[in-house]
Design a protein around this ligand. Structure first.
Ligand SMILES: *Cc1c(COP(=O)(O)O)cnc(C)c1O
Length: 380
């Protein structure tokens, strides 16, 4: 069997082990230490904004959970969330005992639709409850339509939690993704554009909120010689070992963004002659995507499911591909949750496919992908 070609696999830069070794040499084998501080500083510098503060955490999911807590989300509250996303965007709403309100995507960015968002806010207010937060996601690295979403959020005075788990290195009108929300989150899971094996971060323009996130993520210990607690805490801080991997990865992040964008161009070239297969592209120059994953939509008639055929043929060649995120309002676990919009996200789910997009795909890997896809396309 040929080697597996993954959608997105870890790609080490080379200096990670040096930082990990330093942690061992100095015995900082704990959820705090110089690598944690250094990694936070590296991220803040990369986001090119002095006013942003970063708290390194155990996962992106943990960062979303803390973001909801910092927005004051409590039992019985409502939180708006983009329906088409990974379940980790929505699950923390339920951790808080709050209720997710799902909103459809727009077809240009595949992210939260401004019209449906405003409709949802108005309707929830008319039913007696103003949503406590809006979770907007940059799917596959493509920024959501930030200006419009922010305008609506400000009009109704609802904070935005920016889920930038897939979009480190992307930007919108030259503002880095990860700095667009009132609170923003990043993920360093193994499949993301850079990784600490598992990890995440909360980013905020307010130092007070960073400090509070660090406090909550380290079991909410009050100032006292003994263990004293006035609030419920969490064990969500990032380990100094993993932050060492993160410091090494930050050195190569820019290269990883370039490589992912090259993979996108590779697919644009591959599919130029096939009008039924459309590679997801930036709507205009306001948007810069890291193209964490390159995705296509496939317009086939009902008698022949070209999308599923492609997926299965690629699988036979040990090449991973996957349908787009199944919208949350269609997930069994969120059955009955309110949904605003039409069928944009559902249609994307029916017709879309994510293709191998890693920054570490070799020339040989690309040749295998090309020959497999060319064989499929010959038949149509
Ligand atoms: C990966 C991901 C998360 C969760 O991040 P973890 O670090 O895996 O917990 C959240 N939202 C989106 C959109 C993601 O892709």
């Amino acid at each position: 069997m040929k080697n597996k070609i993954w959608l997105s696999s870890p790609h080490m830069g080379g200096t990670e082990q040096k930082f990990v070794q330093q942690a061992f040499d100095t015995n900082w084998v704990a959820p705090l230490g110089p690598n944690v501080d250094g990694f936070e500083e590296d991220i803040a510098n990369y986001l090119r904004s002095k006013e942003h503060y970063v708290a390194a955490l155990s996962s992106g999911t943990a960062a979303l959970h803390l973001a909801l807590i910092l927005c004051g989300v409590e039992y019985g509250d409502e939180v708006i969330c983009q329906s088409m996303t990974f379940s980790a965007s929505a699950n923390p709403i339920v951790y808080q005992g709050a209720k997710p309100i799902f909103v459809d995507s727009e077809s240009t960015t595949w992210n939260i639709c401004p019209e449906s968002l405003e409709e949802a806010i108005k309707d929830r207010i008319s039913k007696g409850k103003k949503p406590k937060a809006i979770i907007a996601v940059h799917l596959y690295g493509m920024p959501y339509q930030h200006d419009r979403i922010k305008e609506i959020a400000e009009k109704y005075e609802i904070p935005i939690i920016e889920d930038s788990a897939e979009a480190l290195g992307s930007h919108y009108k030259n503002q880095m993704c990860g700095t667009l929300g009132d609170l923003s989150i990043l993920s360093f899971n193994g499949n993301k554009i850079i990784t600490t094996s598992g990890g995440g971060a909360l980013v905020t323009p307010e130092k007070r909120l960073k400090d509070k996130a660090v406090f909550l993520s380290t079991q909410a210990r009050d100032q006292a010689p003994h263990y004293q607690h006035s609030e419920i805490g969490y064990n969500y801080r990032m380990s100094n070992i993993l932050a060492g991997i993160g410091r090494g990865q930050m050195e190569v992040l820019q290269d990883r963004v370039s490589k992912r964008r090259e993979m996108n161009q590779f697919y644009v070239n591959l599919f130029t002659d096939f009008t039924e297969i459309v590679v997801m592209q930036q709507p205009n120059d306001d948007y810069f995507s890291n193209f964490w994953l390159t995705c296509v939509t496939i317009n086939s008639d009902s008698s022949f499911d070209l999308r599923e055929k492609m997926r299965l043929e690629l699988e036979k060649e040990n090449i991973e591909s996957r349908p787009l995120w199944k919208p949350m309002h269609l997930q069994p676990v969120f059955k009955g949750a309110p949904f605003y919009g039409s069928s944009v996200s559902e249609n994307l789910f029916e017709s879309g496919l994510c293709l191998p997009s890693g920054s570490n795909l070799s020339k040989e890997d690309r040749e295998r992908i090309t020959s497999c896809i060319e064989n499929i396309l010959k038949e149509i």
